[in-house]
Design a protein around this ligand. Structure first.
Ligand code: CU
Length: 155
């Protein structure tokens, strides 16, 4: 009898530990490539919304970026600083469908990071697929600490 009681307690503990996991991981769940591909092909890129972000020492301007699930965006990054900076948001880029450009392969190669030399401009076409709040930062040494970080909010 005692064994059953231990078993019941053990099962309860397992359920308590497992149950909240999907919700906690919600912002970081990867979208299936097939689903992302379909969303990218259906998107109306000619009417994509434009987001302009300036990178410099040591900030993103603006540092809070809000986007809507399902809408196509062109994210235009421009490095107006003296140093190389990057736009790094791996959890966010795992949940988007990329447009027809080179951004998808670049994001995959770099783990969700776009690196810009001084004066460089890059455009990234994407459709957000999953609501959540995602961290953005520049991963160059100390840049995040100096304030080069932000949030991407997907509504
Ligand atoms: Cu930087």
């Amino acid at each position: 009898m005692r064994g059953y009681r231990y078993l019941a307690v053990a099962c309860s503990l397992v359920l308590i530990l497992i149950a909240p996991a999907p919700r906690l991981l919600g912002a970081d769940v990867a979208i299936s490539p097939a689903r992302a591909q379909v969303r990218a092909e259906q998107a109306d890129w000619a009417h994509a919304r434009r987001l302009d972000i300036i990178l410099s020492e040591f900030q993103f301007a603006p540092s809070e970026i809000a986007v809507d699930v399902g809408a196509p965006y062109v994210l235009r990054l421009e490095n107006k600083g003296w140093f190389r900076h990057d736009f790094t948001a791996p959890a966010f880029f795992r949940t988007v469908a990329f447009g027809p450009g080179q951004s998808a392969s670049e994001a995959q190669r770099s783990g969700g990071s776009f690196s810009l030399a001084p004066g460089e401009v890059q455009e990234i076409e994407f459709v957000p697929l999953q609501a959540g709040k995602y961290a953005l930062e520049c991963t160059k040494p100390l840049h995040g600490l100096f304030g080069m970080s932000g949030d991407i909010i997907v509504r």
